[in-house]
Design a protein around this ligand. Structure first.
Ligand SMILES: N[C@@H](CCC(=O)N[C@@H](CS)C(=O)NCC(=O)O)C(=O)O
Length: 214
C-alpha cells in the first residue's frame, strides 16, 4: 500500500511532512481530513489514528504514526539514501545539531511564531477575535527569538552548515504563515541579516515550493 498522510495540504504540520516527501521524492498521498466538520474529533479517528484528535497522521499498511516531526524523521530514515539530499546527516555530530535545532524550533521559535500565527490566522478561522495585545507581544517574542537565530546563523547558509536539513524544513510552515500574516518585515530585516539570508534561501528550496504547490 502507498504511504498516505491524513491531513490537509494547507495545514502547517501537514506541510512539514509534505516538504520532506518532496525533498526525498516520496510518493505520498495526502488524504484530506475535514476539520470543518470535526472529522478529526470523531471517536473512530481518535481511537484509530490520533488520540488527541489532530492532524497529520501517517498510515502505511497497519503502521500508524502521528506527530509531524516524528513522521518527518521516519520518512527521512526510511527513504534517504546516499543519492538523495541528507535531511538527517550521517555524521553523528551533525545529526545531533539537526536535533538541537528541531528542539529549538519546537520550543523557542514555535512558541513565539505559533502564538502569532494562531492569533492572526487560525483564531479568526475558528470564529474567534484576534487580540491586538497578544499579537504585539507575540511579534516581540518572534523578534527576540530571531535575534538569537541571527547569531547562530552567522557565516552559515543553513542551520547545520552548508546543507538543507530537516531542521530548516521544520521552521518553514509556521514562518510561511507568519510572513503572510504580517511578519515578513521581521523575517527579512536588516537588523537580522543572517536570518534574512537564511529565510530567503530556505523558502526558495525546490522541495518547499513543491510542498506549497508552486
Ligand atoms: N505536535 C503536533 C501538532 C498537531 C496539530 O496541532 N495539528 C493541527 C493542525 S497544524 C490540528 O490538528 N488542529 C486541529 C485541532 O487541534 O483541532 C504535530 O506536530 O503533529
Amino acid at each position: 500500500m502507498a504511504i498516505k498522510v491524513l491531513g490537509l495540504a494547507q495545514s502547517t504540520c501537514t506541510l512539514r511532512v509534505v516538504a520532506v516527501a518532496k525533498a526525498l521524492n516520496i510518493p505520498l498521498e495526502v488524504e484530506a481530513v475535514d476539520l470543518a466538520k470535526g472529522a478529526h474529533k470523531s471517536p473512530e479517528y481518535v481511537a484509530k489514528y490520533q488520540p488527541f484528535g489532530r492532524i497529520p497522521v501517517l498510515v502505511e499498511d497497519d503502521f500508524v504514526l502521528y506527530e509531524s516531526r516524528a513522521i518527518c524523521r521516519y520518512l527521512a530514515n526510511k527513504f534517504q539514501t546516499k543519492d538523495t539530499v541528507q535531511l538527517i546527516p550521517t555524521d553523528p555530530k551533525e545529526a545531533a545539531l539537526v536535533e538541537q535545532y528541531i528542539s529549538v524550533e519546537t520550543s523557542e521559535y514555535g512558541s513565539a511564531v505559533g502564538k502569532y500565527v494562531f492569533e492572526v490566522v487560525f483564531k479568526p478561522m475558528k470564529g474567534g477575535v484576534t487580540d491586538p495585545e497578544i499579537v504585539a507581544k507575540a511579534r516581540e517574542e518572534v523578534i527576540a527569538a530571531l535575534s538569537v537565530y541571527d547569531k547562530f546563523l552567522e557565516g552559515k547558509s543553513y542551520l547545520v552548515g552548508e546543507s538543507f536539513t530537516l531542521a530548516d524544513i521544520c521552521h518553514l510552515p509556521y514562518g510561511h504563515y507568519a510572513c503572510q500574516a504580517g511578519l515578513a518585515d521581521v523575517f527579512d530585516s536588516p537588523e537580522r541579516p543572517n536570518v534574512a539570508r537564511w529565510w530567503k534561501t530556505i523558502t526558495n528550496e525546490a522541495a518547499w515550493k513543491a510542498a506549497l504547490g508552486q
